[in-house]
Design a protein around this ligand. Sequence first.
Ligand code: GLN
Length: 492
Amino acid sequence: MSDLADFTVTAAAAGLRSGDFSSVELLEAVHKRAAMTEANLHAYLTIDRDGAARGAVAADSALKKGTAHGPLHGIPVALKDNMVTRGLETTASSKILSGYLPPYDGTAVTRLREGGAVIFGKTNLDEFAMGSSTENSAYGPSRNPWDPERVPGGSSGGSAAAVAAGSALVGFGSDTGGSIRQPAALCGIVGMKPTYGLVSRYGLIAFASSLDQIGPLTRTVEDSVAALEVVGGHDPADSTSYPGAVPDYRSGLKSGVAGLRVGVVAELNGAGIDPAVQAAVDQTVAQLEEAGATIVELSLPSIEYALSAYYLIAPAECSANLARFDGVRYGLRRLGENVEEMMSNTRADGFGPEVTRRILLGTYALSAGYYDAFYGQAQRVRTLIIQDFQAAYQQADVLVSPTSPTTAFKLGDRTQDPLSMYLSDVCTIPSNMSGDPAISVPIGVDADGMPIGFQVMAPALGEPVMFRVAAEVERQAGFTVRARHASSEVVT
Ligand code: GLN
């Protein structure tokens, strides 16, 4: 039998149900892979040996009794370390939360446990999910399984590296401006950001609450559907949770794209995109046309301002959300002469440079006298972006673009220049601003052998058509290469 660590979720779930192997054996294969790759990749901050072992044994006994619960039953899962897990250290890759043991599970985590998933470990990220490379982690960067000299993207880079390398069958991340889709693109896997409100944010350490969404990182589109089925759906604990029923995502997966209108967004294609990435994207668009889709060229003029507006709105919300890390309630405490000094010492020591920059930016954008010029103006731009998307979705069922303007870059390449790092998300941020779903599907590699991602965006609650198109992209691309080879040699 081929290595179980390379199985898709769908194949592994089928094997578990038919008794070809057990969840304990599957877990063992993933441990073996992690032992081979972790020294090099550093995808994980914590591997929960005991908890995962108990989870696998419980999953096997449920399988024997015939009480297995869902598509991730018995499957080893990697969770980004900003998803709180009861009794399991959760740091958001920040020193300020070092040693923090949450007293509860977030809703997505609860649903995974109830669905029989095996929580394998917590993955590395940019501190508080602010970044595009995992280089902003206080615990050292993760590396790309395709080339360990390069970043895996971010901020959910640990989950992306783990799924690409086989040290998890499925990972979860959060996407505020692209943090699921961009690392998925850079690591050659599928990453999807659901419609805002579809997956509960309860127990997700907040970065920018009006933009944050939890979503899956997987090796196939069908696995992405399986993962969303488990974590999606209404949650009264999140006031922004979508109250309606979760639709059927599966039935369209084999329907193809005949009769669908695919919009190519002028502002997200061409200028500023690496030519090799654009060529691969153009080829995929041509394949969709051949498969029966109508291609529509579209312009969404306001999204030129999406990145600028995002870098006011996200820092503004972050400055409010991160006020709670004050040395009193959580983690790190650095004493001083009085309470104010204690808080100031704790925050100065506990937050890394990028998080500090965001808090300063956000506090400035919200301050009296500047609020309307910065935050207020950014919110108005956000409204224009939403209106542009609504108009575009009158003319097209889905919109497409590259996911990332470039393939994976070398560690250190963008750390000295925050703006060049921010530009990594120029294609992904618009769907966060509008709250709409979007997915990245791998379509090929560039001349250096680094993966290229194709983004499919859809209107709010348009996941069924988004998955339908993504499945066709996946079939056309025939992209099945896995990344584990590079990761088996330890780089020093
Ligand atoms: N890279 C973007 C940022 O730094 C997006 C991060 C994210 O989606 N969490 O804000």
